[in-house]
Design a protein around this ligand. Sequence first.
Ligand code: AMP
Length: 280
Amino acid sequence: LIVVRTIDDMRSWVRSIRAQERTIGFVPTMGALHDGHLQLAKRSKELADETVVSIFVNPTQFGPNEDLSRYPRPFDEDIKKCRDAGVSVVFHPSAIEIYGAGSFIGFKLDKMGDHLCGASRPGHFAGVIQIVNKLFNIVQPDTAIFGQKDYQQYRIMEQMVVEFNHPIKMVMNPTVRATNGLALSSRNRYLSEDELVLAPQIFIELQRIATDLATNPSVETATSASQGRLMAAGFKIDYISVVSNNDLQPLIEAHGTCIVAMAVYLGTTRLIDNLLVELS
Ligand code: AMP
């Protein structure tokens, strides 16, 4: 495993791999790696000759009152996990290396960024587009692997690859969960013991909404029942929505392939999860 910290070194590694006609799979992360990330690396190893994992807590995708400064950064543990997973390179640049003295170009999202996390985290997806574009240009992968856990992010990245003509194959890997159903997340580390007992309720409610929609397509009926149960259990609701899987627009009646998605707070920790459902 090689740890690369500069763009120049990353580019020369990429050149040497390209010269050997070997392919590159890429997994962008913010570190604090768990099995969800490692499954992406595993998938990358199946799809490409070499796997690059980036670990970069990207400041431009955090809002002013979000958890940028306290985001977990267990770098040595992350490196060990990457080494055990057979990753070729960990790209771990500083913010100065990536952004230099600043940035004068921003991104504006169209309707895919208006709902779900885009509504409650203004500027978040513009920051994600900015960093992933940079990383794609630096790492120049053949394949990039993202998790379904952040479905809206995946769809926006997929759209970005089309609109900016990145010659990259996009792959979405299923959400990895604990045995109790809780989606693995670096932010689960923030949860207290009591909150960890409550958190699996998120997945239970997503499944209940999917079951309810199969008999009654009214999104309002299914989501308001869930909202009530979650609030009674001590969750604060950011959103519970059912959107089209393609353009992420909210649905009033759920039919066909849809995403049931939610963002909720337990204390100050914001947790997201989603289910892809096929309805008649
Ligand atoms: P993050 O480090 O949270 O920015 O996530 C980096 C990548 O890992 C993104 O593509 C996420 O969707 C993916 N990811 C995070 N958690 C999971 C999970 N539980 N299962 C699958 N992929 C995940």
